[in-house]
Design a protein around this ligand. Structure first.
Ligand SMILES: [Zn+2]
Length: 403
């Protein structure tokens, strides 16, 4: 008999999330960290932010005050709006997504119209498709090249334009302000970025020599050298450390400034205001579900439960209904079309899914094979905490075993 999945008793995150810790009271570290935000003096943090922006401001207006990585989504639109309100002159930089949607493109154009200079870097799409395929089959993450490029490209631009300060959005991993706010080291090191990036053990240098990929195809996926970073003094900060950060609030603010949302909750999610710019995201989220037993619906339900916008009971219900659905389509494009771009058939995709599925988290039949419904969906062992068996039940189980 498989061991049931334990969930945080305050939100709905399962213990299987990497780096999640559930304490003796049944509460996860993300909920604890959210709790501690109540003690933050946001006025002090805002003054700190203003002081940092002042320190890095281009005095004579001959250069930009900061580089801002943007996608046109809710958070980056909010970042840009806030920086403009604070009087900064940002250079906005987009690393084009793996498979840009129409709504994603419109939101980029909307962001530009807020009144900013803007650079978009698109990596060779022929090579990108090969890397998507390689990363999906090797480490079960189709979005691996995107995760690399959204970090390397803004830093390369910062070096190229000689702009030291890079303003990121939120750091979900650590509750700190980033190197620009640190007392001692305020240089953004390669190591700091590599730790932050979450590259699943696959290195960019591993790609050269495979599938016709050469070193010259990987320039934009490579961090600038330590010498270049030091020469410009590249450093970074997370705006989410300095300003109260709420994805839903950011979405409302961005929407009031022209950002478009989807006409229904995004497939596999419970909201319509995020992850609108890449058709491959549905596959990315599905693999997270196969590996760890939770997907995007769980992430979002947790954020809303912590902020008191939905009850935990409703969150459990919404997650059960929406999380980890087989990704037949994303942002209206069919799975087979999305797969054709990376030269993969549906049958091949299903085989790759199976290889990365943690079978201890899902229902299986007597032969240990995964059970799927008519739509190809798996069922998690349990969607909420299972009560420990009472003494009577335990005794009954023992006597059945004995028989
Ligand atoms: Zn929690």
């Amino acid at each position: 008999m498989a061991k049931p999945i334990t969930y945080c008793t305050r939100c709905v995150m399962p213990e299987t999330k990497p780096d999640l810790f559930i304490d003796s009271q049944g509460v996860c570290n993300a909920c604890r960290s959210f709790e501690s935000r109540a003690e933050v003096d946001w006025d002090v943090r805002r003054s700190e932010l203003e002081a940092i922006l002042e320190r890095y401001r281009s005095r004579d207006g001959s250069s930009y005050d900061c580089v801002v990585p943007v996608s046109g989504g809710k958070d980056s639109t909010y970042q840009v709006l806030r920086l403009l309100e604070l009087g900064a002159n940002p250079l906005c930089v987009t690393a084009t997504t793996d498979s840009l949607s129409d709504i994603g493109r419109r939101n980029i154009e909307n962001l530009k119209r807020r009144g900013v200079d803007y650079v978009e870097v698109t990596t060779n799409p022929v090579v990108r498709r090969r890397v998507n395929r390689l990363a999906l089959t090797q480490v079960g993450d189709i979005s691996w090249p995107e995760h690399v490029a959204i970090f390397t490209i803004p830093i390369r631009i910062a070096v190229q334009f000689g702009v030291p300060l890079v303003v990121w959005g939120e750091n979900s991993q650590h509750e700190y302000g980033g190197p620009a706010g640190a007392a001692e080291s305020n240089t953004l090191t390669r190591r700091w970025l590599e730790e932050f990036g979450g590259l699943l053990g696959l290195r960019v240098s591993d790609l050269a020599g495979r599938e016709g990929i050469e070193r010259r195809h990987l320039i934009q996926y490579t961090y600038p050298t330590d010498e270049d970073l030091a020469r410009v003094g590249v450093t970074g900060l997370f705006l989410g450390y300095y300003l109260p950060w709420d994805g839903y609030g950011n979405a409302l603010y961005a929407q009031a400034h022209g950002m478009e949302t989807y006409h229904k909750p995004v497939e596999g999610s419970i909201v319509n205001y995020e992850n609108l710019d890449n058709h491959q995201t549905g596959i990315h989220d599905y693999f997270k579900f196969l590996k760890y037993g939770f997907g995007r619906a769980t992430d979002l339900a947790c954020l809303h439960v912590r902020r008191g916008r939905i009850s935990r009971e409703d969150a459990v219900r919404l997650v059960k209904e929406h999380d980890g659905r087989f990704p037949w389509e994303y942002l209206g494009r069919g799975l087979e079309d999305i797969l054709a771009e990376i030269d993969m058939t549906l049958e091949e995709f299903v085989r790759v899914c199976d290889r990365f599925t943690n079978k201890r988290l899902f229902r299986t039949d007597a032969r240990g094979e995964l059970i799927r419904d008519a739509h190809g969906n798996l069922t998690r062992l349990n969607d909420d905490n299972v009560a420990a068996p009472s003494e009577d039940e335990a005794r009954l189980e023992l006597s059945t075993d004995a028989a």
